[in-house]
Design a protein around this ligand. Structure first.
Ligand code: ZN
Length: 903
């Protein structure tokens, strides 16, 4: 530790008494602490940085701090994790400010909406409100040091006597600290670490204590990366934080992470690409906060880096989402010890307390800068919100109009998602017209009339920049960055995309949307509560059957519920018309004869709970299509779902699908450890889901014949992403097609593509690029390689609507491509390509895809179905449940799981 951080060298900066040194490690040399404020050791038994503080210990310490310093500290519980652990943030400030927290919140709300604020009132708020900084820690539960640093920062701010930073912070600011964003993940990490540690902590990075088992502590209970969840807010932890943020509107947010053990420390300014909706003022502030951190790090002789690796592009990051509300959002990254001590390649030893120390200093530096620039930050924030409204009014596209289309439940969910993010949404009380509205998907097409129940998102609002980056079809990356990545791609060097390049909500939800260049005139009501689709039972008590049209999220949730209640359900493979209403393929039929006498009460509850429309009928005499007794009307056996859940599955993929089926659609899943698969009694299940994997399942399954026999005996095998690639392997042979290598492009074809590309959104190659030598390039080209990987782009696929896997869909659907997997479509005699990527020129909707993939992916398979004996294989080329935000694909996944056993 001394070699790398040289504490004794600090003598020249602050004179330390040897007595002070003898008392142990000093995080802020020379500080005297008020003995009335308890230390961590006094409450839970270990010194700062001596052990990794667990959630229950953190709770004890927060209670002790509050008891000792209640006038200057408030502990707020803002939510609970899936596993029942409480989430907290601390508010630290002067007793005067603590006594008026509601008034401060109300003031921030007013400042955040300049439309209703006279300039003189704004000035008054700016001169009287404290600046607010929000330090958020350990969203990735195995990134451990920031939680202890957050607690230490709280202690320092409350106990340090005569300390300039603490004094300035109390006078000018409120310091909000969320010491632990992911308690479930952290305790998972700590339990593992404590179980595997020996008599002494082991610095050998190969030791068990440094190598977690699946799933790591990074993710929460449902294995989500919550640092990607900020706009989708699928997880309760994220929803609680977003709610808290929108109450306070902090001007400064630092999200404290950890990175690889061999690294140093990272802080702002960020690397390219920067989201174009960030403002110049924000980038300036990022530079200033970075400079202040650098000043402190130089004093302490801590290494750091800036402007590399960590970008500011995706709006779902913990630093990103707050930026679009006007915060100065920053990611801080500390090299992780992943334990208590780590011996590094540079022959230094890093201890846990060093990592805590670095985060602590960065936290104090951030608090200092926020306090010193109270008024400037508040003025900046007010200007940010004011200019956002003005900018929105000047945009060519002034409004986005979302119509319910064929699924009111999905449209309501999208409106709710925007509202949870603090974006204003209006709903049309009556039909209205707008003469200047272009179709989101086909910009040449226009619509004029919009139905009642449509949602309108105006850009003339304080959250304009968030609304814009979430609703725009494309958010472009910096040309300089793309040019660099293009060169790296050509040279086969690793690219530097940090995350996906597309996320537009109308595409994720796959809903009809329009871009209006004129403000809509009509009766529009600003929503105060997230909307819910209203359901009903039409036609009273049914003598014969209840019918639920397939094709909505509400119907899918109702089916999950019905299965769970063991109600007998049939589903029609053909459309029919009954009592004047048309029902599409997939429609559910609940016969009264088959079911308990209280079926009417049950469907009434379903309608209310899930917002589903139920039709009662006394007659099966259809005007068109098939009758209920047709062989095209199938009984749907209850799915008994097993999910492979352990290495080598991608933890995210396994978690997303489990969350989707259990939490969103209310149906149980049995998780089976992958290594158990070979010994498992598979006959207990009729659906087996193999999540995405980079390794394949051969090692876990051993003999694949057992799996094949189970499928042949009637099983529905659902493969996602990498699992689909594994199924095509020669030895496995459960999917009679192949994963394609990169096709060799002739020079001629390449030229044609480059010309064509000028019409497409992505920036071009550098003008000063040296002339390329085609024969040299050919000589250097690898003999065999995969196509270029696509960094999360959104494409369109066309759907085979006659196939049950395509039920509920229109002609096309949107899918996210986040891999280099390309599958040759199945031959007609081998199975069905239920979804194929659209032809070139129509396929890519948003995000970045390199030329070779753009040429090769069109007309290739996205969703394949292979009947095998009495069962079948359902294979998705990409994970359809990505981050659980691909809302438009939910139904496709549920068709596989809910309808699969019946087909
Ligand atoms: Zn992290």
């Amino acid at each position: 530790m001394k070699r790398s951080f040289g504490l004794p060298l600090l003598y020249c900066w602050l004179s330390l008494s040897t007595a002070a040194l003898a008392q142990g490690f000093e995080y802020f040399p020379g500080t005297k602490y008020d003995p009335a404020i308890p230390t961590l050791k006094a409450v839970v038994g270990h010194e700062w940085g001596e052990r990794i503080t667990a959630h229950h210990e953190l709770e004890r310490y927060l209670r002790a701090l509050e008891a000792a310093a209640g006038q200057r500290l408030k502990v707020v519980k803002y939510g609970e994790t899936w596993e029942g652990r409480a989430l907290y943030y601390l508010v630290i400030g002067s007793p005067e400010n603590l006594a008026r927290l509601d008034e401060i919140k109300a003031g921030m709300q007013r400042l955040a909406d300049p439309r209703a604020l006279a300039p003189a009132e704004a000035q008054k708020l700016i001169s009287t409100l404290p600046s607010i900084v929000w330090l958020v820690c350990s969203v990735h539960g195995n990134e451990i040091s920031s939680t202890d640093a957050g607690l230490l920062a709280a202690y320092h701010l409350l106990a340090a006597q005569g300390d300039e930073i603490s004094t300035a912070a109390a006078r000018n600011s409120l310091v909000l600290i969320d010491p632990l964003q992911n308690p479930d993940g952290r305790d998972r990490f700590i339990n593992y670490f404590r179980q595997t540690m020996g008599r002494w902590p082991d610095g050998d990075l190969q030791s068990a204590e440094h190598n977690e088992v699946w799933p790591s502590g990074r993710v929460n209970h449902y294995l989500f990366d919550m640092n990607r969840d900020w706009f989708a807010q699928t997880q309760p932890e994220t929803r609680g934080r977003a709610r808290a943020f929108l109450e306070w509107f902090p001007q400064v947010v630092a999200d404290l992470h950890e990175m690889g053990t061999e690294s140093s420390y990272y802080f702002a300014p960020p690397a390219l690409p920067w989201n174009p909706n960030l403002t110049r003022a924000q980038l300036d502030w990022l530079g200033r906060f970075g400079r202040n951190n650098a000043r402190w790090f130089d004093r302490f002789r801590f290494d750091y880096f800036t402007r590399e690796n960590y970008d500011s592009f995706y709006p779902g990051y913990g630093e990103g989402w707050p930026m679009f509300h006007g915060a100065i959002g920053m990611t801080y990254e500390q090299a992780s010890v992943r334990g208590l001590v780590a011996r590094r390649a540079d022959e230094t030893t890093m201890r846990y307390r060093d990592s805590v120390h670095h985060h602590f200093v960065a936290a104090l530096s951030t608090v200092e800068h926020t306090a010193q620039h109270r008024e400037a930050l508040l003025r900046y924030f007010y200007d940010y919100r004011r200019t956002a409204v003005e900018e929105g009014a000047r945009e060519a596209v002034k409004e986005y109009i979302i119509t319910p289309g064929s699924d009111a439940s999905r449209a309501a969910r999208m409106a709710a998602m925007l509202m949870q993010s603090g974006v204003e949404v209006k709903r049309a009380d009556a039909a209205f017209s707008n003469p200047r509205a272009r179709d989101y998907f086909d910009e040449q097409a226009r619509a004029r009339e919009f139905p009642a129940g449509s949602y309108v998102v105006s850009l003339a609002q304080p959250a304009k920049r968030l609304a814009k980056t979430l609703m725009d079809k494309r958010t472009d990356q910096d040309k300089e960055f793309i040019d660099e990545q293009r060169l790296r791609n050509q040279r086969r060097q690793p690219e530097e995309f940090y995350d996906v390049t597309a996320w537009s909500l109308p595409l994720l939800f796959d809903l009809p949307c329009y871009m209006a260049e004129q403000v809509s005139a009509g009766q529009l009501t600003l929503l105060k509560e997230p909307p819910r689709a209203a359901g009903s039972v039409r036609g009273g008590r049914a003598g014969l059957a209840y019918i639920i049209a397939w094709g909505t999220q509400a119907a899918a949730a109702a089916l999950g519920d019905l299965f769970r209640q063991e109600v007998r359900v049939h589903s029609s493979d053909k459309a029919f018309k009954l009592g004047g209403t048309s029902f599409p393929p997939g429609t559910l039929i609940l016969k009264t004869r088959d079911n308990p006498g209280d079926l009417h009460d049950r469907v009434t509850r379903l309608a209310a709970e899930h917002g589903v429309e139920v039709h009662a009928t006394d007659s099966a005499w259809v005007e068109e299509g098939v009758n209920f007794g047709s062989s095209n009307v199938r009984y749907l056996p209850r799915p008994r779902v097993a999910l492979a859940y352990n290495t080598p599955t991608s933890a995210n993929s396994a978690g997303w699908v489990r969350y989707l089926i259990e939490q969103r659609y209310g149906y149980p899943v049995t998780t089976v450890r992958t290594e158990q698969l070979r010994g498992l009694d598979l006959s207990r299940y009729n659906v087996l889901i193999l999540p995405d994997t980079s390794a394949g399942y051969t090692a876990a399954l051993g003999e694949v014949n057992k799996l094949r026999e189970w499928v042949q005996g009637g099983g529905t095998l659902v493969a996602l992403g990498g699992a689909t690639a594994w199924l095509t392997e020669e030895r496995i042979n459960l999917l009679p097609t192949k994963r394609e290598r990169r096709s060799k492009a002739g020079g001629k074809e390449e030229k044609k593509e480059e010309t064509k590309e000028k019409t497409e959104p992505m920036p071009q190659g550098r003008a000063d690029e040296p002339a390329r030598d085609a024969s040299l390039e050919k000589a250097l080209e690898p003999a065999e390689e995969w196509p270029s990987a696509t960094p999360g782009a959104i494409t369109r696929v066309r759907i085979d609507r006659e196939h049950w896997l395509g039920f509920g869909y229109g002609e096309t659907a949107t899918v996210l491509v986040d891999s280099n997997r390309i599958f040759t479509p199945l031959k007609l005699d081998r199975g069905t390509n239920v979804a194929l990527y659209l032809p070139e020129g129509k396929m890519l909707v948003s995000g970045l895809m390199w030329d070779d993939a753009r040429r090769q992916l069109p007309n290739k398979a996205f969703l394949m179905h292979v009947p095998t004996g009495r069962g079948h294989v359902v294979a998705f080329a990409e994970d359809p449940n990505y981050r659980a935000f691909m809302e438009g694909l939910n139904l496709m996944m549920l068709n596989a799981v809910f309808l699969g056993p019946g087909h």
